[in-house]
Design a protein around this ligand. Structure first.
Ligand SMILES: *[C@@H]1O[C@H](CO)[C@@H](O)[C@H](O)[C@H]1NC(C)=O
Ligand SMILES: *[C@@H]1O[C@H](CO)[C@@H](O)[C@H](O)[C@H]1NC(C)=O
Ligand SMILES: *[C@@H]1O[C@H](CO)[C@@H](O)[C@H](O)[C@H]1NC(C)=O
Ligand SMILES: [Zn+2]
Length: 388
């Protein structure tokens, strides 16, 4: 065995890094009651996440002016844009409606400062159905908020994922929990946290290079088109995992797979129905699952939850290692990516029926999931000191 000393520039980099690390408050620190209350008060989830809120989208320029003006001015509550309602339409892969929903995402993220977009569009072989003969276009959308100055270093992303496609049958199926509400929650989260993330990086721009960024994936083609099988399901996730496994970029350790940029892959699915019960699924990420449960407890103690007198949404003392759910995390999990799967067991009673629509959503549950996930991510990214 041989200890290799770093070369001088490596040594300087190490010294610089060790000097810098202490300049930003540490990441992965849960918000206090006070910080979580301040965060949610500054930007309440409702009415933007209400299923029947139709207020027209505010103009991109007014919202980007507001979000670039910093954390102290993060609210725009007089006329929030509808986040959920525009997704509550049938949006099967390759359809006009799928394009409309993607434009809704893109308009939203374009209006937030400093996000970049990546499109993963591809054509895949599908079973024949309806008028479609064997080939279909799919599009995953990825949005990233990257720490400044991290270009020559591996940048890590906390990665939040939901699928936006809807099932082809029954005809007219909406998929409000599956997964319109999770998509809208991720839009809300990005809008709420961007000013605080930027404030953190601005506080020490050179230390920021070492920080974790945020990546949000809207996945296409999760649903089977005819009948669920390895080939007929997870079209978007299978394509993206394969693409990122092959994609390499230089780092100080040699060429790394882009897949390794994923700090943690957090998949939200089937959220928005009443009384969910979400277990932890993986021992290796149960720490994150427990942190989410802790954020939920903080939210309930602080009086921020609208669903009251029920058992907690997240059951973190319960690691269900023997339950196997095929979902968008699988192509990543099998390639070694650490995963947190936020999905209720049992599934909502409306699952894969015409009743999985806006009318059957629990606005209160959608609200509380938005508070829990946003608060947890704020803690993960070390935003507490920049909130209150
Ligand atoms: C597209 O969405 C509209 C609602 O905006 C709906 O009426 C229509 O049926 C959808 N189109 C398809 C092909 O599903
Ligand atoms: C599928 O994508 C290809 C390549 O972008 C495009 O030329 C074609 O028109 C698309 N097909 C449909 C049905 O949208
Ligand atoms: C955000 O973008 C602006 C304009 O492109 C840039 O000047 C600024 O440094 C960025 N801020 C951060 C924290 O990345
Ligand atoms: Zn489904």
């Amino acid at each position: 065995m041989r200890l290799r000393l770093p070369n001088i520039s490596g040594l300087l980099k190490l010294l610089a890094l060790s000097a810098l690390v202490s300049c930003l408050p540490s990441q992965r620190r849960q918000l206090t009651d006070f910080q979580l209350s301040a965060l949610i008060d500054s930007h309440p989830p409702l009415p933007a996440l209400s299923p029947n809120y139709y207020t027209k989208t505010t103009t991109a320029s007014s919202r980007s002016a507001q979000s670039s003006s910093g954390a102290s001015n993060g609210q725009n509550n007089n006329n929030p844009a509808a986040l959920l309602t525009p997704i509550l339409i049938p949006r099967t892969p390759g359809s006009e409606n799928a394009t409309i929903v993607r434009n809704h995402f893109t308009t939203h993220f374009d209006a937030l400062s400093n996000w970049t977009a990546v499109t993963d569009a591809f054509t895949a072989t599908v079973p024949e159905y309806g008028g479609v003969m064997g080939m279909l276009n799919f599009t995953n959308l990825i949005f990233r908020l990257t720490p400044p100055g991290s270009d020559d270093m591996p940048s890590r992303y906390l990665t939040l994922v939901a699928h936006y496609d809807s099932k082809i049958s029954p005809f007219g199926f909406i998929g409000a929990t599956d997964s319109a509400a999770p998509c809208a929650i991720l839009m809300y989260l990005a809008e709420t946290l961007t000013p605080y993330i930027l404030a953190r990086w601005k506080a020490d721009i050179s230390a920021a290079a070492d920080d974790t960024g945020l990546q949000i994936i809207f996945m296409d083609g999760e649903e089977a088109l005819v009948e669920w099988s390895d080939k007929d399901s997870l079209y978007g996730a299978r394509h993206l995992a394969e693409l990122w496994e092959a994609e390499r970029r230089p780092s100080q350790f040699g060429r790394l797979s882009v897949l390794q940029d994923i700090d943690l892959f957090v998949l939200l699915d089937l959220l928005g129905a009443d009384s969910p019960s979400v277990p932890c699924f993986f021992e290796i990420t149960s720490w994150a699952c427990r942190d989410i449960a802790e954020t939920e407890a903080t939210a309930r103690n602080a009086g921020l939850a609208k669903t009251k007198g029920r058992k907690p949404f997240v059951q973190s003392d319960n690691v269900m290692q023997n339950v196997f759910i095929d979902d968008d995390h699988m192509p990543f999990l099998t390639r070694g990516t650490p995963v947190v799967h936020v999905i209720p067991i049992p599934f909502p009673t409306v699952w894969h029926t015409m009743d999985d629509d806006g009318a059957h959503l629990s606005s209160d549950a959608v609200h509380d999931w938005a508070v829990i996930v946003t608060g947890w991510v704020a803690g993960y990214l070390g935003l507490g000191d920049f909130i209150a």
